[in-house]
Design a protein around this ligand. Structure first.
Ligand SMILES: Cc1cc2nc3c(=O)[nH]c(=O)nc-3n(C[C@H](O)[C@H](O)[C@H](O)COP(=O)(O)OP(=O)(O)OC[C@H]3O[C@@H](n4cnc5c(N)ncnc54)[C@H](O)[C@@H]3O)c2cc1C
Length: 339
């Protein structure tokens, strides 16, 4: 059942029509709990408050799978404005970029030119830039871009996903780079990725320990308290220097635990998305944690005064019927193909 729910939300996250529509709706479905506003001012206000608590941040200008050059250019300009603001305000903060936002799906060299323009500004201000890792169809290209640019721009890094079989081998080639380690947020096939949570977790712990014993900086990005506790013990036993790692979590998730870790003296960084293109990001968060659905239901069915709304019940029932029909249709198609 958990896998069906996960697949359903990942499916929604990839739906271009819904993503486009969502940009027009503004924040809905409770997304504002996980997205720090639509503009640079709102996100940097959140950063300032977290910085006051000793928490560093990474900002993600939301948007991915861009298909129009004009959108990629606008995103690049927004990222440059963001870097200016981080620099002027001297925020304890770096930025995270998805290369598809800069046009990777349109034309690789166009994307690289955009990335370079952003990296030139980041280099001038000495601000670290992380290339977020997207689904497996963009994996090789992201690593290639990183290897191509790392000689010119020393302050870049990327993300390695522990669900990938090849994660350990790829990390060997990235031993001197700052890396964020995550479990992986996309739906990948068993030809490339572990499917069982236990295997993904085991690999995460193995890779995190390898990195902690190595020389380069590692961001341990998870909300999983079992893993965090095990790594805290490992860090203490091996006297790992606090300059070599940080814990990272997403904005709006386990906020109390984020504060506790920072107050306990662990280096901590919050990943903060902002922008109007929130739908895919939010659907992936629902896929990981269907409990977040209660926010959606509250937003759809209740007014601010906690009164039940009527219209959305009809719309919701309609959406549910359409979704169920779509799932049944897909299953039917799959069965027919197998037969
Ligand atoms: C900072 C950051 C950056 C990321 N960047 C990327 C990226 O570039 N590419 C990518 O593919 N993925 C990225 N991810 C997503 C990541 O791959 C996972 O999909 C996501 O973090 C969910 O896995 P998890 O490690 O948090 O643990 P899960 O396996 O989702 O959860 C493990 C356990 O932790 C507990 N738990 C988790 N969340 C909560 C909660 N909110 N409240 C209470 N208990 C909870 C529960 O007990 C749960 O069973 C990023 C994640 C983070 C935190």
């Amino acid at each position: 059942m958990a896998n069906v729910t996960r697949d359903f939300f990942i499916g929604l996250s990839n739906n271009k029509f819904l993503n486009d529509q969502a940009k027009r709706w503004g924040f809905r479905l409770g997304a504002e709990k996980f997205v720090a506003g639509t503009n640079i001012e709102s996100v940097t206000n959140v950063v300032k408050k977290l910085n006051e608590r000793g928490i560093s941040c990474t900002i993600d200008n939301l948007g991915e799978y861009i298909t129009e050059k004009s959108e990629a250019v606008a995103a690049k300009q927004e990222l440059i404005k963001l870097l200016d603001k981080v620099h002027v305000e001297q925020l304890d903060c770096h930025i995270s970029i998805k290369l598809t936002l800069l046009g990777l799906d349109i034309d690789r060299s166009f994307c690289m030119e955009n990335a370079k323009e952003v990296l030139d500004v980041a280099k001038e201000y000495n601000i670290f830039v992380n290339f977020d890792m997207e689904d497996y169809s963009h994996y090789e290209q992201t690593l290639e871009a990183l290897h191509q640019l790392r000689g010119i721009y020393p302050q870049i890094g990327t993300v390695i996903q522990s669900y990938l079989y090849r994660a350990e081998v790829d990390l060997e080639g990235l031993q001197d780079l700052r890396i964020r380690l995550v479990k992986g947020a996309y739906k990948e096939t068993e030809t490339v990725a572990y499917q069982l949570k236990e295997e993904i977790d085991r690999n995460f712990i193995l890779l995190a320990k390898q990195r902690l014993l190595g020389d380069a900086f590692t961001s341990i990005a998870t909300h999983d308290h079992h893993i965090i506790n095990e790594l805290k013990t490992f860090i203490a036993e091996n006297k790992i220097d606090k300059n070599k790692f940080e814990f990272q979590m997403l904005y709006g998730f386990r906020t109390e635990m984020q504060y506790e870790l920072a107050e306990a003296g662990y280096p901590f960084c919050t990943y903060i998305p902002f922008g109007t293109d929130w739908f895919a990001y939010f659907m992936r968060r629902l896929a990981e944690r269907p409990q977040n659905l209660n926010l959606v239901l509250k937003d759809v069915f209740y007014t601010k005064e906690d009164r039940l709304k009527r219209g959305p019940i009809i719309a919701g029932a309609g959406a549910l019927a359409i979704s169920s029909a779509a799932i049944m249709w897909r299953r039917k198609g799959k069965r027919e193909k197998e037969e």
